[in-house]
Every structure is written in structure tokens, then in C-alpha cells.
Design a binder for this molecule. Structure first.
Ligand SMILES: Nc1ncnc2c1ncn2[C@@H]1O[C@H](COP(=O)(O)OP(=O)(O)OP(=O)(O)O)[C@@H](O)[C@H]1O
Length: 472
């Protein structure tokens, strides 16, 4: 309950930050832009898509701020308040603060700006102390939000900001603290691997092995010996010294059984025994072995359907499904698309020594795309763009046909869905078609011809829908 409240408060606070008229801008200790609130996104409309990850010094050189208060705070190590002219020509009274960690190291730098026109006109001015208290509050919330952009041991970052992503991060923390079997489900590319790794990293077993077994990539004839190992001379052709199985390699750590739905039926009973008794028998061995491992399984298959079809054991499913985690596809958590695009753009810009950025129109289309291959598709696609596009700006024309097609389909659907009754919906569609066609052909005769209707009918329609040919 307490956790739930904290979660709700975080989301609620993010909304408050985003609804403020004051501009809040947060960088790391080197001045690299980490976050800005919605008002900043409006101020920096045509620049915002490439600001995250960029240093304030570079942005100052480009004239986005004049001067950068954060840069001055970093240089002097002091809180600074100054009037700043932003790229939209407006003046802001901006205060920059260093935010220190518990150890006294610089953790973040935050700038809080208030539009000078607003100070002069209405709002009572906040005292510096009040602004300070407010900023401390902002940064605490920012820490909470940022906690979910966790860095894995293997160097990959876990990015997202949607409500369901924040909930997933909380679930991972809770699940990591107990030593129970976990079943992760979700479409391909949603992040099942990275979640399994994260659970291990945050668990008490974090300094013990994490063994990833992809049940689909090991030939069915070999999977038993790979998993369970075999004893000396177990079968002809086998290594005479025997073979240590992956279960033994995972001892004291975590065994991650990816694509568990592909595990052959006869091995499913052996796995069930392992889960129930924490024991197993290598091939050809006379004695059972004990296993101290945590099992995390993952699948993109519908295991309950497989149970009905007789290809997956019901008892094994119940044993695995003690702590189920479902990861939503990207199209159902669209708020994660923007931070993921930014994250991978920065990653591949650095890797390939490029300086690419997206136009707002391109970002809009990418946010509305359905991403059937989820984050893996997004990651690969951004790398492809960074490498293949010739100029720094990645615009609509650089996106392949499938993105434009999806956008048109979205629009079409949108058109059809305006109105409550069928006649209303049809009228709306007709009105939009007539308006659009007239915009293109610019004469009533040509438009009527294009639509295949008499000019008199076209004129009646214009009248019916109140379309003014002078303004359209
Ligand atoms: N939240 C995230 N932030 C950043 N990158 C992510 C995130 N989730 C997944 N990825 C990246 O997306 C790619 C696919 O993730 P992952 O392999 O974990 O997906 P999966 O669901 O296990 O896929 P499959 O079912 O095909 O095995 C990886 O490169 C991973 O690093």
C-alpha cells in the first residue's frame, strides 16, 4: 500500500512539474541535459528533440541560452541567479543550484526559471529560500523518477517513463528481494531478458552467476545434456570425463530459462522435479544432486493455450507462475517511445561519432507507430538511421514507407471515428474529403471532376458543410 502511494505520488508530482509555468531544467554534474519540464519543451520547441544528452555549453554555443546559468554554476560551484535570454527571445529570471549527494559530491545541477513578464505583472515573487525549498522537492522527485533508469551491471540502461514502466520497475525491486520463481511474459523485444537480468542484479544472488539458457536455440536432442549435464561414460560418444550442466554452473545464482515454451515435454517433468525438490539427476548418474538456484523463466508464447493443446504441463506452469510479470508491448506504453528514441539516438551518435537529431514531425510519427518488434525494433531502427542518413537532421523523408503508411491508417481511422451515429460519421468523412480535395484542386469545377460528381452537387455539399471556398 505504501509503495503504491509512493508510485502514485511520483506520477502525480511529474504531472505537477509539467504543468508549471516555471521552467525546470536538470543536468548531470558535467552539464549534460537529463530532463526538462513541458514549459521548457515549448520554449525550445524546434530544438528539444536533440537537447536531451547534450551539454549546456554546446547549447549555449548554438544560442539556445544566453548565457547558460548551469554552465556558470558548474564553473563557480555556487548558486547563481541571473537574467537569461532564451532562444524564443523571452527573458527569464533563472536560478541555478548544485544538488549534492549524501556524500557531498555534485549529483545534479538544476535551473529554475521564471518568465520576467510574469514576475512584473501578476504573480507574487517567491523568496530565494522558497525557490530553494521547491527545488529540493523537485530534485527528490527527479531522483525517484530517475531511479527507474537503472544501469545494469552489463552496461545496458533500463529506460522508460510511462506509468506501466514505473510500475514494472517497482515490481522488479519487490520481486528481486524474495527468492521465488518468476515467469516473465510479453511479446518479442519488449525487454524480458533485461528484466530477468535486472531482477538478478538487485537480488541477494547478484554476485553469483546469472546463466541465460535460450531453450529455443539449443537443439532438442542436446538440451537435456546441456541443462542437466551427464556423468562419466553416460553414453557412447559422450565426453568420457562427463559434462557439467548449466544448472550446476548456475549454482548459488540465477538460471534464466528463456523461451521456456520451447522446452520438450519430457524435459518439462525433469524441470518440475527440480522446481519442486531442488534436486536433479545428470544423465547416467546414479544419484540426485542438490541445486541452490533461483529460476526465472520467460516466454512470448501463450502457455495456457499450450496447456489446452497438450504441449505444456499444467503443473509446471503453476510452479513457474508463482510471481508472474507481464511486460506490455511498446504500443501500449507510448510515453516510453520518446525517452527510448533519445536514449538510443545518444548511444548510437556516440558509438558512430555522429550528431544526428530528429525533427519534431519525425518524432511524432515514430511515437504513433505500432513497433511490432518492440524495443529491439526501435533500437535497431535508430542505429540504422544514425548510420544511413546522410545529414544530421532525421526528418519525415528519411523514414521508410511503413511509418507513413501507419500514419495514414491512423488518420483514416481517426476520420471514421468522428461522430456518434453512422450518418454523423459519414457526414464527417464526406466533409473532410471535400475540404481536402478542394485544398488540392482549388476550383469547384476541377474538384467536382476529381471527385466524380456534378459541379452542382459539389456546390450543394459545400453549402451543407458550411465550407467557405475563400478560406479553404
Ligand atoms: N527499458 C529498456 N530500455 C532500454 N533498452 C531496452 C529496454 N528494454 C529492452 N531494451 C533493449 O531492447 C532489446 C530487446 O530486449 P530483450 O532482449 O530483453 O527483449 P525480449 O523480450 O527478451 O525479446 P525476445 O522475446 O525476442 O527474447 C535489447 O537490446 C534490450 O537492451
Amino acid at each position: 500500500m505504501i509503495e503504491k502511494n509512493i508510485e502514485i505520488e511520483q506520477i502525480y508530482f511529474l504531472k505537477i512539474l509539467n504543468s508549471l509555468d516555471d521552467a525546470i531544467y536538470i543536468t548531470d554534474k558535467t552539464g549534460k541535459t537529463l530532463w526538462m519540464n513541458e514549459i521548457n519543451k515549448k520554449i525550445f520547441e524546434s530544438h528539444k528533440s536533440r537537447m536531451i544528452g547534450k551539454s549546456v555549453a554546446e547549447l549555449e554555443n548554438e544560442g539556445v541560452f544566453n548565457p547558460s546559468i548551469i554552465k556558470k554554476v558548474i564553473e563557480t560551484g555556487k548558486t547563481i541567479t541571473k537574467v537569461q535570454t532564451l532562444v524564443n527571445g523571452e527573458k527569464y529570471m533563472t536560478t541555478g543550484h548544485l544538488i549534492l549527494s549524501d556524500d557531498g559530491d555534485i549529483e545534479y545541477v538544476v535551473a529554475h526559471g521564471r518568465n520576467m513578464n510574469k514576475i512584473a505583472s501578476s504573480a507574487p515573487q517567491l523568496e530565494l529560500g522558497e525557490i530553494n525549498a521547491l527545488l529540493q522537492r523537485y530534485i527528490q522527485e527527479f531522483r525517484n523518477l530517475n531511479k527507474h533508469n537503472l544501469l545494469n551491471k552489463n552496461g545496458t540502461t533500463f529506460v522508460g517513463q510511462s506509468q506501466s514502466f514505473v510500475r514494472l520497475a517497482e515490481i522488479i525491486e519487490t520481486v528481486a528481494s524474495v527468492d521465488t520463481t518468476v515467469l516473465i511474459t510479453g511479446e518479442t523485444g519488449v525487454g524480458k531478458n533485461i528484466v530477468a537480468q535486472q531482477i538478478h542484479n538487485l537480488s541477494e544472488r547478484h554476485d553469483k552467476p546469472f546463466i541465460h539458457v535460450n531453450c529455443a536455440s539449443i537443439p532438442k536432442t542436446l538440451i537435456e545434456s546441456e541443462l542437466f549435464g551427464y556423468s562419466k561414460g553416460a553414453f557412447t560418444g559422450a565426453n568420457t570425463g562427463g559434462k557439467v550442466g548449466l544448472i550446476q554452473l548456475a549454482e548459488s545464482g540465477t538460471l534464466f530459462l528463456d523461451e521456456i515454451g520451447e522446452l520438450p515435454l519430457q524435459l518439462q517433468s525433469k524441470l518440475l522435479q527440480l522446481l519442486q525438490n531442488k534436486t536433479y539427476k545428470p544423465i547416467g548418474a546414479l544419484q540426485t544432486k542438490n541445486a541452490n538456484i533461483r529460476i526465472i523463466a520467460a516466454t512470448n508464447r501463450d502457455l495456457e493455450m499450450m496447456i489446452d493443446e497438450g504441449t505444456f504441463r499444467r503443473d509446471l506452469f503453476y510452479r513457474l507462475n508463482v510471481l508472474p510479470i507481464t511486460i506490455l508491448p511498446l504500443r501500449e506504453r507510448k510515453e516510453d517511445i520518446f525517452p527510448l528514441l533519445q536514449f538510443y539516438l545518444n548511444t548510437f551518435n556516440t558509438r558512430h561519432k555522429k550528431n544526428r537529431f530528429f525533427t519534431m514531425e519525425a518524432i511524432e510519427i515514430l511515437q504513433n507507430y505500432t513497433w511490432p518488434g518492440n524495443i529491439r525494433e526501435l533500437e535497431n531502427f535508430v542505429e540504422q538511421l544514425v548510420v544511413m542518413v546522410k545529414q544530421d537532421e532525421i526528418s519525415l523523408s528519411d523514414l521508410p514507407e511503413r511509418f507513413h503508411k501507419a500514419e495514414t491508417e491512423n488518420k483514416d481511422l481517426h476520420l471514421q471515428l468522428q461522430g456518434d451515429t453512422l450518418p454523423e460519421i459519414l457526414d464527417n468523412v464526406e466533409r473532410d474529403i471535400i475540404k481536402e480535395a478542394y485544398k488540392q484542386h482549388k476550383s469547384t469545377r476541377k474538384t467536382a471532376q476529381f471527385l466524380g460528381i456534378p459541379q452542382s452537387t459539389f456546390m450543394r455539399r459545400l453549402k451543407k458543410y458550411g465550407i467557405d471556398t475563400k478560406t479553404n
